[in-house]
Design a protein around this ligand. Structure first.
Ligand code: FES
Length: 138
């Protein structure tokens, strides 16, 4: 299987690997697993409380190269977006950007689910309702 250069770059040189302090109120943590393969991804966002802009994002992925590349790309895209804009990141955008083959589409779904899960955690911590489409989409 031929992987695109972008996948290989994000895999060999992942951006934003790490951990944010999940006890902080402005940090949202998402932890999701892929039923297809058992891979697990944790993704965190840190939100600037005044502007609502995501000022930092980190991930740790125990999974395949495409999942690592998808989460690396996702954290890059998250930084600088508002939480509301981040909701609209779609796994197919990740598929397109990384040129993932069909068998690896679920790896990008994992990244989208992790983003939504992190946003939900942030919302609940800050007294906002959970996203209603969570869980229903996939
Ligand atoms: Fe399952 Fe990539 S093979 S996340």
């Amino acid at each position: 299987m031929a992987y695109s250069e972008k996948v290989i770059d994000h895999y060999t040189n992942p951006k934003n690997v790490g951990t944010l302090d999940k006890s902080k109120k402005n940090v949202g943590t998402g932890l999701v697993g892929a039923p297809e393969c058992g891979d697990v991804m944790r993704l965190q966002i840190e939100v600037d409380e005044e502007s609502g802009i995501i000022k930092d994002a980190k991930f740790k992925t125990f999974g395949c190269g495409s999942a690592i590349a998808s989460s690396s790309l996702a954290t890059e895209w998250l930084k600088g977006k508002t939480v509301d804009e981040a909701i609209n990141i779609d796994n197919m955008d990740i598929v397109e950007e990384l040129n993932l083959p069909p068998v690896k589409i679920h790896c990008s779904v994992l990244a989208e689910d992790a983003i939504k899960s992190a946003i939900n955690d942030y919302r609940v911590k800050n007294g906002l309702p959970e996203l209603t489409e969570e869980g229903a989409k996939h």
